[in-house]
Design a protein around this ligand. Structure first.
Ligand code: UDP
Ligand code: MG
Length: 316
């Protein structure tokens, strides 16, 4: 019998967990051909999330939980879940029912054919989302796909089912600055995309502020492309040639018409322009350097405070 591990990152989700559990047990009852394990990862919630999942674990042996010592972010939660999953197939999904649990059996059927290693979902629309957020999201996907070799699917969700083999490959990428949308695609394997209409949250509210999303998108760009660095060099080269032309122009003018004493405003403009571009380039360099700095520290992606999983690997 196949075992399916369902990984559910939770951050302040006390109201959404019971609804989710009800739906997911319905799914597991329907899919009697497979055995289930539900891994709730409590990502340092400040509400009663931990009590709620501990309560579930007491009633249902299939419920496993991992509680972090603080909020480490969804990326860390997903990584912890995958690292502690024992299933032949691994599902990652949100607790807010924005990822329809009914798709799990469809995903399982797809993987069972052996043709695919991963069945992933993407939203075909962004109904119910703020206009400005959709606009920025679209721009981000356009930009990153332009400058990165790794293809990042517009509207792709983290909601997916993967084989053990693919999960292990993802676990092999233990970078600190994680951008899963890129990592899923980077490891390769054959992915079948399932499109579905956007669903609104069942309870609670989104944990992603605009600012958090903006920073996450920068992580994606810095993590999967070095184009901004190349851009800084390109700007330098262009400015170099422009200045050569300028110098020749001044020398020729000097020889033909004599010197000129005016031109302060234009000079200030040029100084500002060059200074600005230099700062921009240093800033870009700094972004990469700061990521490298954090990477070299080799800090763990998460710290477990409490769990009911017997971990034999001892991997954190
Ligand atoms: N989440 C998490 N840690 C965080 C933020 C979010 O584990 O720091 C979880 C959250 O509980 C939910 C999932 O990640 O299960 C997706 O979050 P949310 O629904 O807020 O994101 P959205 O669907 O609005 O993009
Ligand atoms: Mg959500």
């Amino acid at each position: 019998m196949d075992k399916i591990s369902v990984i559910v990152p939770c951050y302040n989700e006390e109201s959404a967990i019971p609804l989710f559990y009800r739906e997911i047990t319905k799914v597991s009852e329907k899919m009697s051909a497979a055995e289930f394990e539900f891994i709730f990862v409590n990502d340092g919630s400040k509400d009663k999330t931990n009590q709620v999942i501990r309560g579930l674990a007491e009633k249902d042996k299939r419920v496993k939980y991992i509680s972090f010592s603080r909020n480490f972010g969804k990326e860390g939660a997903m990584y912890a879940g995958m690292g502690n999953a024992s299933g032949d197939y691994v599902v990652i999904m949100d607790v807010d029912l924005q990822d329809p649990p009914s798709l799990i059996s469809e995903m399982y059927d797809i993987l069972k054919t052996g043709e695919y290693d991963c069945a992933a979902t993407r939203r075909v629309n962004r109904k119910g989302e703020a206009k400005i957020r959709s606009l920025f999201a679209r721009a981000f996907y356009k930009l990153i796909n332009h400058i990165s070799q790794t293809e990042i699917m517009d509207g792709a969700r983290d909601f997916r089912m993967m084989t053990r083999q693919m999960t292990d490959s993802i676990l092999g990428l233990c970078e600190y600055n994680r951008f899963s949308k890129g990592i899923f695609s980077w490891v390769g394997f054959d992915t079948k995309w399932i499109g579905y209409e956007n669903v609104n949250r069942s309870a609670g509210e989104t944990k992603w502020s605009f600012w958090k999303l903006f920073k996450y998108s920068l992580d994606g760009i810095v993590g999967f492309s070095t184009a901004p660095l190349a851009m800084a060099s390109l700007m330098g080269i262009i400015l170099f040639f422009v200045s050569i032309v300028g110098i020749i122009f001044i020398i020729v003018r000097q020889l033909l018409y004599g010197g000129s004493a005016y031109g302060w405003p234009s000079m200030i403009c040029v100084i500002l322009l060059v200074g600005g571009l230099q700062l921009l380039s240093i800033g870009i360099l700094g972004q990469y350097l700061s990521k490298t700095y954090l990477e070299t520290k080799k800090r763990p992606l998460y710290i477990i405070k409490e769990t009911n999983i017997n971990r034999t690997s001892g991997k954190n």
